[in-house]
Design a protein around this ligand. Structure first.
Ligand SMILES: [Zn+2]
Length: 390
């Protein structure tokens, strides 16, 4: 009996069709996609490492092409996509479909297009005799809070000699983005002491204390909006702080026992975000002490719901030179969205975002990538191979 080897995609376009066919909406497992890439790598003789999620239903994938030496380049992308629920598509979102010079499918731009350009060039990388390595870092659950990347980055740092550059392939139209804001998502919960609302001296309203904290947040938001930008290039140019959800009290005539509000700080500078947090927290500590002096069941607590550091454009000279060469331009831009790039930078790696397609296409019905963008992505990887062969 003979076994036919599985047919694997070859071109970037074939790879894109292959990747799009896996419904890797973040709520689903991405293991079928991961396994398919692993099987292909096995056939090429490339060793890969899964970095599994705690529950086991998902995994990051890490593999390297070339020698085990420092100075390599990381190509990083997320394997998950956003849902198509409630969207009207002209063609099946999971079947790559060409119309008007564009390839349509969920993830075509964000960001299976980038993965496709990189994977399609793996055989070329193997054949090229790289003097410095290319590391592939594929994550899960980026779209639902960048959940996979921290363990992926930890495994990368532990297993490969220090890379010179990380390219996160979010769709930028192949322009180089070297700054994005960070986001700190927070939930502050105030516990007061209930009493009849006519008897304010017998209780402590959680709502009233929360209102003082929220008033301080509003003050800070106004101050940030009036201040010069700490990091240039963002829209809006300043850091922002907003309150997204408020929930407090049980009846009009009861001093509220509990009030919770969810707020977020978005800044291009980690120090600035920290200063905003510290200022609000200092007031919380003071209010808590005042309330506790009267009732010991009172308290104020702030949980960190998410903490994604900004990408600050902190590139050293070799990284800068390499990026300019790969992109064919020294221009660099700022992005308003949050990405995994800030996490790589926090780990100490010079990082940029650069990938085919446009963010405006991402998350939309009929998501697509121009065929020309895919070609531009391939050219970028070809220049990378050339640079790493020197
Ligand atoms: Zn993305």
């Amino acid at each position: 009996m003979t076994t036919t080897p599985p047919a694997f995609p070859a071109s970037a376009r074939e790879w894109l069709a292959h990747l799009v066919a896996f419904d890797t909406t973040s709520r689903n497992s991405n293991l079928a996609l991961v396994e398919s890439v692993e099987t292909w790598l096995d056939a090429l003789g490339v060793r890969s490492t899964r970095v599994p999620a705690a529950g086991g239903g998902k995994a990051n994938l890490l593999f390297s092409i070339g020698p085990e030496v420092p100075g390599g380049v990381v190509l990083s992308g997320h394997t998950d996509v956003v849902p198509v629920d409630g969207q009207t598509w002209r063609s099946d979102p999971w079947t790559l479909t060409e119309r008007d010079g564009r390839l349509h499918g969920r993830g075509a731009a964000d960001m299976k297009g980038f993965l496709a350009t990189g994977l399609s060039r793996v055989p070329a990388m193997l054949a090229a005799g790289l003097k410095r390595p290319v590391h592939f870092a594929l994550s899960y659950d980026e779209e639902v809070g960048l959940l996979g990347a921290p363990a992926l980055i930890e495994a990368l740092m532990a297993s490969v000699p220090r890379p010179a550059l990380v390219v996160v392939g979010e769709p930028t139209g192949m322009r180089v983005v070297d700054r994005h804001k960070g986001i700190m998502g927070l939930r502050t919960t105030v516990l007061g002491h209930e009493a009849h609302s006519s008897q304010t001296h017998l209780g402590a309203s959680a709502n009233m204390a929360a209102a003082r904290l929220m008033a301080r947040i509003v003050e800070i938001a106004d101050r940030l909006a009036a201040a010069p930008a700490a990091v240039p290039g963002f829209e809006p140019p300043h850091a922002t702080v907003t309150i997204g959800l408020v929930e407090g009290g049980t009846a009009p005539n009861i001093l509220a026992r509990r009030c919770a509000f969810v707020w977020d700080i978005r800044s291009g500078s980690p120090a600035e975000a920290r200063a905003v947090f510290d200022e609000v927290d200092a007031l919380a500590r003071q209010l808590e002490a005042d309330m506790r002096a009267r009732f010991d069941d009172c308290g104020i607590q702030t949980e960190v719901l998410s903490d994604v550091p900004p990408l600050t454009g902190a590139l050293d000279a070799p990284a800068l030179a390499l990026v300019s060469r790969l992109a064919g331009s020294a221009e660099r831009e700022a992005a308003s969205y949050v990405a995994e790039a800030g996490l790589f930078e926090r780990a100490g790696l010079p990082t940029v975002i650069c990938g085919p397609g446009w963010i405006a296409q991402a998350h939309q019905p009929d998501e697509s990538i121009e065929i020309g963008q895919l070609a531009a992505g391939e050219a970028f990887v070809d220049r990378l191979i050339e640079a790493l062969c020197e």
